[in-house]
Ligand binder design. Structure first.
Ligand code: C2O
Ligand code: CU
Length: 458
C-alpha cells in the first residue's frame, strides 16, 4: 500500500503510526532538503537535497541477484525520480520521467522494485531536471557484492562530487541555466567533496589491502585520478570486472557517472599519509587522505586475481553487426548552424535562445523517433563521432557495452564512455533488455541543452 509519510506525520495518528514507519525505514527513502558541512571547517553548512538525510544518500549494499525495494517519498517541493545508474534493470524501474514513469510529484511517492543481476559498483541519482537535482546532492551509492568477494581489509566507497558554492554563504549557486556552462564544459564547481565532505581522512594500516569504489557523481568534472602512497590495480570499470587487473602506474580519467574499482595496498610508511588525488594541469590536489598508523603485516599480498565475471552477453561476432553513427555536434567554438527540435528546423541563434547548444545527429532534443530501433538480442555497433571542441561522457541506459578499440579488438565493458574532442569511439552492445532506453551525455548540462537521445528494444 502506498502511504505518504509526511501526511502521516502531520496527522493526529502520528504517534501510533510512527513505530510502523520506523520499522519500514530501510525500505522508505525520503527525498528532502537537509543541511550538511560540505565546505571546510570555518564555513557555514550548506543546504542540500538528499535521499535519506545525507549526501551521498543512504548507501544501498546488497548481494548479487538480490531484490531491491525502495519506496521513494518525495518531501521536496519539486517533482523528482530515481535512476539506478548502470543496473541492467527492468525498464519500468529505470526512473526516467516521460519515458518509464511520471515524475514523483512533491508530496508523492513511488515504489521501485527490481533485481540486480550484476555484482559491482553502481549508483543512483535523480533523473528529473538532473542538471539541478544531482548538483544539489540527490544521489547515493548502490553496491552489489560478489558472492565470492576479493580478500581485502577495507571495502570503501568514495563518491566524488564537484560543487559550485558561493564562498560567502557556502550555499549552492543556483545558476543551473547558465548559458556559458551549458555551451562549454558544463557546470564545473569550486569545491570538491568525497562522500559529502571536503578532503576527508580515512584511517588505514600499513600493508592493508583496500578496495576503493570510486564513483564520479559530478555534473561535469572529469577527474584525473591518481594515488600516492598506495600501490594497486584497477579491477573493474562501471561495475564490470576487467578480464585482467590493470596496474595503476599513472593517473586515469574518471568521467561523470563512471566508476572504477581499485584494489590498492597501503605502502606508505607509518605516520605518513597516503592520498587519492586529482591531477590538474598545475599540479595535483588531494581528494581524500589515508592516515597510516600501525601495520597489519610485514608484507604485502601477491597481485590480485580478476574479480569473478558477471554474466554478460557474447558480442564477439560484433564485426558483422550493423554500425550506427551518432554525431556529437555544437557547443562553443563549433556553434550549431541549425538543428531540429521535433519537426522544426531552427537556426543556431534560435536554438541558443531556447538554451539549446548541442545536437546528436542534428536533433537538439530527445526526438520522437528512436535513434535505433531493434529486436531483442541483436548486436549493434554505435560509433560516436565527436565533432565538438569538448569531451562528452556518453551513457546508455539498461545495457552495458564493450568498447571497440582502434585496432578493432574488444575493450572493457562500460555503461558510460568518455569521447574526447575530435575523437571517434566505437562501442558494441547486445540489445537484450526490452524497453525504451535513454542515450545521452552525462555532462548533465549538455544533456539538458541538446545531447539527449534514445533507443528502443522490442
Ligand atoms: Cu546516470 Cu540518464 O543517467
Ligand atoms: Cu557532453
Amino acid at each position: 500500500m502506498l502511504f505518504n509519510r509526511r501526511q502521516i506525520l502531520k496527522s493526529a495518528a502520528a504517534l501510533t503510526v510512527l513505530p510502523m514507519a520506523a520499522r519500514a525505514s530501510n525500505h522508505v527513502m525520503v527525498a528532502s532538503e537537509t543541511i550538511q558541512q560540505l565546505a571546510p571547517e570555518g564555513f557555514d553548512k550548506t543546504r542540500v537535497w538528499s535521499f535519506g538525510g545525507s549526501v551521498p544518500g543512504t548507501p544501498i549494499r546488497v548481494e548479487q541477484g538480490a531484490r531491491v525495494q525502495r519506496m521513494v517519498d518525495n518531501q521536496l517541493s519539486v517533482p523528482t525520480s530515481v535512476h539506478w545508474h548502470g543496473i541492467r534493470i527492468d525498464n519500468a524501474m529505470d526512473g526516467v520521467p516521460g519515458v518509464t514513469q511520471e515524475a514523483i510529484p512533491a508530496g508523492g511517492s513511488f515504489e521501485y522494485d527490481f533485481v540486480v543481476p550484476d555484482a559491482g559498483t553502481y549508483w543512483y541519482h535523480a533523473h528529473n531536471r538532473s542538471v539541478e537535482q544531482v548538483a544539489r546532492g540527490l544521489y547515493g551509492p548502490l553496491i552489489v557484492q560478489e558472492a565470492d568477494a576479493p580478500d581485502v581489509d577495507q571495502d570503501l566507497v568514495l563518491m566524488l562530487d564537484d560543487w559550485r558554492i558561493d564562498p560567502e554563504t557556502a550555499q549552492i549557486a543556483d545558476d543551473f541555466q547558465n548559458g556559458h556552462d551549458l555551451s562549454h564544459a558544463g557546470r564545473i564547481g569550486n569545491l570538491i567533496s568525497v562522500n559529502g565532505s571536503f578532503d576527508p581522512t580515512i584511517p588505514v594500516k600499513r600493508n592493508e589491502r583496500l578496495r576503493l569504489r570510486l564513483i564520479n557523481a559530478a555534473n561535469a568534472r572529469i577527474f584525473d585520478v591518481g594515488i600516492q602512497g598506495l600501490n594497486g590495480w584497477i579491477v573493474a570499470l562501471d561495475g564490470m570486472p576487467l578480464e585482467n587487473p590493470v596496474p595503476i602506474s599513472e593517473s586515469f580519467p574518471l568521467a561523470p557517472a563512471q566508476r572504477a574499482d581499485l584494489l590498492v595496498d597501503v605502502d606508505a610508511v607509518s605516520e605518513e599519509t597516503a592520498s587519492l588525488v586529482s591531477v590538474e594541469r598545475d599540479g595535483a590536489f588531494g581528494l581524500a587522505k589515508f592516515a597510516v598508523s600501525g601495520e597489519i603485516s610485514a608484507t604485502v599480498r601477491p597481485a590480485p586475481n580478476p574479480l569473478p565475471p558477471n554474466r554478460l552477453p557474447d558480442v564477439s561476432s560484433f564485426q558483422s553487426a550493423p554500425l550506427h553513427r551518432m554525431v556529437l555536434q555544437g557547443g562553443a567554438m563549433r556553434w550549431l548552424e541549425n538543428a531540429r527540435i521535433g519537426e522544426t528546423e531552427l537556426t543556431g541563434r534560435e536554438l541558443a535562445q531556447l538554451g539549446r547548444f548541442w545536437a546528436l545527429n542534428g536533433e537538439a532534443e530527445r526526438p520522437a523517433e528512436p535513434f535505433l530501433k531493434t529486436s531483442v538480442d541483436s548486436i549493434h555497433r554505435i560509433e560516436f563521432v565527436n565533432e565538438t571542441a569538448f569531451p562528452h561522457a556518453m551513457h546508455l541506459h539498461g545495457h552495458h557495452f564493450r568498447l571497440v578499440d582502434g585496432d578493432g579488438s574488444l575493450g572493457p565493458w562500460r555503461d558510460t564512455v568518455l569521447v574526447d574532442r575530435g575523437q571517434t569511439q566505437q562501442i558494441v552492445l547486445m540489445a537484450d533488455n526490452p524497453g525504451d532506453w535513454l542515450l545521452h551525455c552525462h555532462m548533465l548540462g549538455h544533456a539538458a541543452s541538446g545531447m539527449m537521445s534514445w533507443f528502443r528494444v522490442a
